[in-house]
Design a protein around this ligand. Structure first.
Ligand code: DGY
Length: 317
């Protein structure tokens, strides 16, 4: 078997067990040489003769599937999101797509919370300025007693909610398939999307990117947010209209934006990154020792199950 591994954090010594397992299974392993998500052309070329791919955040679009080598039978996402994989096109080609839900939730929730604190207390800017000899004593805002609106109460949203309860925030959430029992048990108010975006001091986005969520946080929604609201996006860049977000932050309408996910990754000349009230990280929500180890193990298991003709419980349909 020949396997292409495009996920750039896969080959880490922390992931030894998964690396050993895939090394035992495969006759040949090809790695992503670019240290960034690969383009369709690069994927087509590098997957030549491969039976499966352990996939990072590359774009497996219709172009890829039109020209993908016939040998490719499985795309095993190292991660939960599959918005960059054209599932219908994969199905037409008979290529199975799998993912690793749940295993990076705590890590992403930690980063969402870190961004919330970093924006609320200007931590990144203070760090930059003090290193340059400054002594900038910014006046931030407390999380204590503030309202946090969670868009998407899946496993990451739930993990963020638990952290927020510990910080004595008032937590609300909206989700088309909300887990009412969980919300009740943890004192999370169930709200509509509109109630969350218009009534929260902090808004944390944990939605998948799909047709109905693309650009959902657009200029009108942003205009309806509370003045000085802080928005955190560790989900996907395409959910937020980045231009509208830039305008609102620049004009002082919003308090800040903590962002880990961008419409284009890595972002190129992104105006948001010029603003002091933006704290940005490079799509690293799941980059912890614990989460990458689990994503590596599960993505390898999924790939081996599919290629061995076994049942795989993590097939995306
Ligand atoms: C995910 O799980 O989809 C993260 O964005 C990392 O791939």
């Amino acid at each position: 078997m020949k396997i292409l591994i495009t996920a750039t954090s896969f080959m880490d010594k922390m992931n030894n067990e998964a690396i050993d397992e895939i090394t035992r299974f495969a006759d040949e392993i090809v790695l992503n040489p670019f240290k960034r998500p690969m383009t369709a052309d690069e994927l087509i070329e590098m997957s030549e003769g491969c039976d499966g791919i352990i996939a990072g955040l590359d774009h497996y679009d219709s172009r890829f599937f039109e020209a993908a080598p016939a040998s490719v039978k499985v795309i095993s996402r190292y991660g939960v999101g599959y918005d960059r994989v054209d599932i219908a096109a994969a199905r037409n080609r008979g290529i199975i797509v799998t993912n690793t839900p749940g295993v990076n939730s705590e890590s992403v929730a930690d980063l969402a919370f870190g961004l919330m604190l970093a924006v609320a207390r200007n931590i990144s800017q203070a760090d930059r300025e003090i290193r340059e000899g400054g002594w900038p004593r910014f006046k931030g805002v407390e999380l204590y007693g503030k309202s946090l609106g969670i868009l998407g109460l899946g496993s990451i949203g739930k993990a963020v909610a638990l952290r927020a309860v510990g910080f004595s925030m008032r937590v609300s959430a909206s989700d088309p398939y909300i887990d009412v029992k969980y919300a009740d048990e943890h004192n999370i108010r169930v709200c509509s999307f509109d109630e969350i975006v218009t009534g929260s001091d902090f808004i944390s986005v944990h939605l998948p990117l799909n047709e109905s969520t693309t650009g959902i946080i657009g200029s009108e929604v942003i205009a309806g947010m509370k003045k000085d609201a802080i928005v955190i996006n560790t989900a996907r860049g395409g959910i937020v209209d980045e231009k509208a977000m830039y305008e609102a932050l620049k004009s002082g309408r919003l308090g800040g934006y903590g962002v880990d996910a961008y419409a284009v990754e890595p972002p190129v000349n992104e105006p948001l990154l010029t603003l002091p009230n933006v704290v940005a990280t490079p799509h690293s929500g799941s980059h912890t020792r614990e989460a990458t180890r689990k994503m590596a193990s599960l993505s390898v298991r999924n790939l081996i199950d599919v290629l061995s003709g076994k049942f795989c419980g993590f097939e995306v349909r």
